[in-house]
Design a protein around this ligand. Structure first.
Ligand code: DGP
Length: 116
């Protein structure tokens, strides 16, 4: 497993920085976003370091599938039966602020479309 000692989400995965973890597997963890944009806002990350979804899918497409499965399981666990959104911001124009790939799971309210 490849990690980056300077990466915030690698530190959360390692338990060096605390987070409100809602689910975890051998390869991934799900924890509450520190700045929630919806009543339920959870981040899904791989334990291995990948900068973004492009790097992830090129390096390990099976892991990308595992992360989406975990996102779906988290949505079910959180009771988001009337709908939820999975988002992965990629790069500067999309507003990616942490360079460790993550999927946002948002729900618990009506979500408008298109996003800004
Ligand atoms: P993005 O902007 O798409 O790269 O999303 C990064 C998210 O990470 C943002 O919604 C806030 C969240 N975040 C940043 N720092 C921390 C932290 O230390 N703990 C937690 N739980 N979330 C964080």
């Amino acid at each position: 497993m490849s990690t980056d000692s300077d990466c915030l989400f690698c530190k959360i995965s390692a338990g060096v920085i605390p987070a409100d973890i809602v689910m975890e597997t051998e390869s991934a963890i799900a924890f509450r976003d520190i700045d929630p944009k919806a009543p339920t806002h959870i981040l899904i990350i791989p334990r291995s370091h990948f900068a973004d979804v492009t790097e992830l899918t090129q390096s390990n497409p099976n892991l990308a599938g595992e992360l989406l499965t975990l996102a779906s399981n988290v949505a079910k666990l959180q009771g988001l039966a009337t709908g939820y959104r999975i988002v992965t911001n990629t790069g500067e124009d999309a507003g990616q602020s942490v360079s460790h790939v993550h999927f946002h799971v948002l729900g618990g309210r009506s979500l408008s479309w298109p996003p800004g």
